[in-house]
Design a protein. Structure first.
Length: 69
């Protein structure tokens, strides 16, 4: 269980960051496949799963709506 919500899109759709933050994780993660986790501060994180490619690396800062995968 989590306190978020899931959004889906079509294969090949560019995925962008929901908000500015720091990439905590960008790698394969079990059932999530290729996965990016961004820390937005104040205890808020976003997880992007099942990516066909990843355009960011851990410790990288990203801006709102920057393509991450």
């Amino acid at each position: 269980m989590h306190h978020g919500f899931d959004l889906a899109s079509y294969a090949g759709t560019p995925i962008v960051a929901a908000n500015r933050g720091k990439v905590l994780f960008a790698d394969e993660l079990g059932i999530y496949g290729n996965c990016v986790i961004i820390d937005h501060g104040m205890g808020v994180q976003s997880l992007y799963a099942h990516l066909s490619s990843m355009d960011v690396k851990p410790d990288q800062m990203v801006e709102k709506e920057q393509q991450i995968g």
